[in-house]
Design a protein around this ligand. Structure first.
Ligand SMILES: [Zn+2]
Length: 54
């Protein structure tokens, strides 16, 4: 997760995360919302959170 203080122009993206279970919204099971300070950082976080194919 981005450690920079987030502002209104923060970027968000949904990434796959099999470990996530959302009790409030089952449709979000297996997904996690990433938030970052910039598109560049968001791309880094998304890449880091995406399971690598072996
Ligand atoms: Zn950041």
């Amino acid at each position: 997760m981005c450690s920079v203080e987030l502002r209104d122009d923060a970027c968000c993206a949904l990434v796959a995360d099999p470990g996530v279970v959302d009790r409030d919204d089952p449709s979000l099971n297996g997904r996690r919302l990433l938030t970052a300070c910039s598109p560049q950082h968001l791309a880094e976080l998304t890449a880091a959170a995406t399971p690598r194919t072996r």
